[in-house]
Design a protein around this ligand. Structure first.
Ligand SMILES: [Zn+2]
Length: 133
């Protein structure tokens, strides 16, 4: 496989998060990035881009121009193979699921598909092992 990219160039735009303190409106051209798109990238090329600060949204890749960008970007990496969720993580996942699904949906799902004793007694969900199985 080869990597194929289509450069888009450099673009400045207003930030969706930052607003001018006096007007309350978006600040024009407060952030800027380099862009390209790709529908085929080798793993090595993708890793090289990520290691150099490129980010991806679908097929669009962008690298923020940190000298012109109003908001700092933070890279979050999780070593999946060694990650084991602790109680706080599980609580956050449960809160998120509850927020997204809603109490009514959860109650109806529990009524329609009650957990068997075998399901209740299963060990905690492990994402990495589940994805590798
Ligand atoms: Zn901003």
């Amino acid at each position: 496989m080869q990597s194929l990219v289509t450069p888009f160039g450099y673009s400045a735009e207003s930030c969706g998060y930052c607003k001018d303190a006096s007007t309350g409106r978006r600040t024009a051209n407060s952030r800027a990035s380099y862009y390209f798109s790709s529908k085929a990238l080798t793993v090595e090329a993708y890793q090289g881009l990520v290691d150099r600060g490129w980010r991806r949204s679908g097929t669009v890749f962008y690298k923020p121009d940190v000298l012109r960008h109003c908001c700092p970007h933070y890279t979050i990496r999780l070593p999946v193979a060694s990650f084991t969720p602790v109680k706080d993580h599980r609580r956050s996942i449960n809160r998120w699921n509850s927020f997204i699904l809603g109490d009514e949906y959860i109650k109806e799902a529990a009524r329609l598909h009650p957990k068997s004793k075998e399901l209740v007694d299963l060990p905690p969900f492990q994402l990495y092992q589940s994805k590798r199985a």
